[in-house]
Design a protein around this ligand. Sequence first.
Ligand code: PAF
Length: 272
Amino acid sequence: MKIIRSREMLAAEIKGYQKKQQSIGFVPTMGYLHEGHLALVAAAKQENEIVVMSIFVNPAQFGPNEDLESYPRDEVHDRKLAEANGVDLLFIPSVEVMYPENLTAEIHVKQRISVLDGAARPGHFDGVVTVLAKLFHLVQPTNAYFGQKDAQQVAVVEGFVADYFFPVTIRVIPTVREQDGLAKSSRNVYLTAQERKEAAVIHEALVKAREQLSKTRDREAILANIRSFIDKQTTHHGMVYLDMYQYPSFEAVTDWMIRLLLPFVYNIRRPD
Ligand code: PAF
């Protein structure tokens, strides 16, 4: 596995792959790798001749009071995991490499962001598409891999790529979960033992919501039931949001739309 930190060296490697007409599968990450990332790598390996992964904790997608400084990092561990799982090229740029100058033009996401993380984290998705535009230009991937767990991110990225004709196919890979159903996430390390135990309720609640859909299409009733189920099971009342939206517009769900949306949230793979 090659480890590259500069744009120039990355460009030379990418040119080499292109000369040999090799397809490139790209897995953009912020590091602190877990099985969710490795599932993206496995899919990229299956579908491409070359797998490129990036590790970059992107300051542009963190708000002023968010966890940029404390975001978990372990480059040595990440390098080992990436190599053991067949990554061909690992790109680990510094902030100076990715943002050498203040941007003269900024990208602002306009749709799909008025709710959920888009509302809770103003500017977050602007930062995500900004860094992805840079990474896509540098890596020139055939396919790029994202976890279904981040459904709103996937919708925003799919819209952005379509808007600006990026010649890349976005591949969405099912969420990898812990034994008790909690989605794997680098940020799970923030949880105390008690919070970690209680976090399993999120998956249970989604399963319950799906069951309720077979009995009612009353959106408000389902949300109220799920909210009370979560409240009863947890001592830590830190819920930021609980809602249902249409995919990929993230507009309000009307009753007849519930059946279309929940499978995505619950993680059933969409047809390719
Ligand atoms: O999902 C993430 O880890 C990040 O948002 C991404 C796509 C790597 C962009 O920084």
